[in-house]
Ligand binder design. Structure first.
Ligand code: SAH
Ligand code: TMP
Length: 393
């Protein structure tokens, strides 16, 4: 299916550059019937996406920061040798939110992070960060310099890298014989179930299922040994992989692969239905917004997420429909949304204006946001939700 021409989801525009032509590509996902890998047919080059201006900072969500400190705590508890000369590598270490727990525990660590905007924050906080893309070449340089890793982590990043086979061989070559490779990513099964089409944008070149992850890494000698569902980012999966035969495989893996077969994750009918549900949202959301604004109410957006770029452009929405979008990220405030040029404002402004309606583009952080905005809710502030379908809450 196609979500039409889209700008880069995180390429926010400085107001003085708003008349310039922006890079676009066709957002067209498909699924490989041979290996089950759900993917975009076209992706802009990684160097145009992950730049010194990349504006997504993991630490903007307290909930995500907690999630990652629990993950680190569990990994450290499960492998007491880590503190004794172990080595942890993270791909896509961003502002160092996850690695900081290993750093605090005195564990050797290194993050690969190409986007200077976020990598520099990590470095400033004392997190060892290599400002580069992880690939088989950089993996081999690091192995020569520091030796193999006990754990390689990749949260919300492995599906961002088009050269998945190069990643597979890079990870396999950098991992100890009994090491583990841990991936966390938005789960295809949940994306389909919730009609969360806004999880699709240029950075998400692959949306993983257990079946696809098992197939993609098996050819590099890595076996899927465990899977654990995660509630973060609207429904994610944690995949643990290890060199073939080095670990026992849990029953959860077989259960997930069976469940994916039973749910028809590799059947075209599943995707035809998904497309129809997406089209219903594209029809209903603009209708609801024009009905509400027709009654004289102000509508804004909450969270200038990458997801909001897909929704706004797919549904043909812009400044006539959404006055502005609040976002707590300093680097986003004062900028305009890609292509649709909706101004992004700080949370203080949201609270001052206290608009009647807000489209919740950061719906994956709803619990955290409900807590933050309880005063606004008490005053009658209402969310406009579009996932899994268009409603007011
Ligand atoms: N792991 C963090 C950040 C996810 S955003 C979290 O879960 O919140 C994806 C990050 O991966 C960005 O910071 C981006 O710059 C980085 N990235 C993209 N391609 C990469 C690659 N090939 N190697 C390492 N990092 C990469
Ligand atoms: P994400 O959905 O890709 O994680 O992005 C969430 C965006 O929402 C990010 O730009 C920060 C913003 N945000 C807020 O403005 N307020 C909040 O309370 C939270 C959790 C996120």
């Amino acid at each position: 299916m196609s979500f039409g021409e889209q700008p880069l989801a995180n390429a926010l525009i400085a107001p003085e550059r708003s008349s310039e032509q922006q890079l676009t590509y066709e957002l067209a996902p498909t699924i490989c019937s041979a290996c089950g890998l759900f993917q975009l047919l076209e992706q802009p080059t990684a160097t145009s996406i992950f730049t010194r201006k990349y504006p997504f900072f993991t630490s903007t969500s307290k909930y995500m920061s907690n999630h990652f400190s629990h993950l680190a705590r569990d990994l450290i508890q499960n492998d007491p040798t880590l503190k004794d000369g172990g080595f942890v590598i993270e791909i896509g270490s961003n502002d160092g939110t996850l690695l900081q727990s290993f750093a605090k525990a005195g564990i050797n660590h290194l993050g690969f992070e190409p986007s200077e905007s976020v990598a520099n924050v990590a470095k400033k906080n004392g997190i060892n960060t290599d400002i580069s893309f992880f690939n088989s070449e950089t993996a081999s340089l690091i192995r020569q310099k520091y030796g193999p890793a006990d754990i390689i982590l990749g949260a919300n990043v492995i599906g961002h890298i088009a050269e998945i086979n190069d990643i597979g061989s890079g990870v396999a070559s950098l991992l100890k014989d009994d090491g583990i490779f841990l991936i966390e990513a938005v789960y295809l099964g949940d994306m389909l179930l919730n009609t969360a089409f806004d999880q699709l944008y240029d950075e998400h070149v692959f949306t993983f299922s257990g079946t696809a992850v098992a197939n993609a890494f098996h050819k590099h000698g890595l076996e899927l040994i465990n899977v654990e569902r995660q509630s973060v980012h609207g429904g994610s999966m944690r995949y643990t992989l290890a060199p073939l035969g080095s670990h026992t495989c849990t029953a959860a893996v077989k259960n997930l692969l069976d469940e994916e077969k039973n749910r028809g994750l590799n059947n075209s009918a599943t995707y035809i239905e998904f497309r129809q549900r997406c089209e219903a949202i594209r029809r209903d959301l603009p209708l609801l917004l024009s009905e509400i604004s027709g009654m004289g109410h102000k509508i804004v957006g909450y969270g200038a997420t990458a997801k909001s770029t897909t929704v706004l452009n797919y549904c043909g929405l812009g400044t006539n429909d959404i006055a502005w979008i609040q976002d707590s990220t300093k680097a986003k405030q004062g900028m305009l949304s890609p292509q649709t040029l909706v101004p992004i404002v700080p949370p203080e402004y949201f609270r001052e204006v206290s608009p009647e309606y807000a489209v919740l583009f950061a719906w994956n952080h709803r619990d955290e946001i409900e807590m933050l905005e309880r005063e606004w809710r008490k005053k009658g502030g209402k969310w406009i939700l579009y996932i899994p379908k268009v409603t007011v809450a």
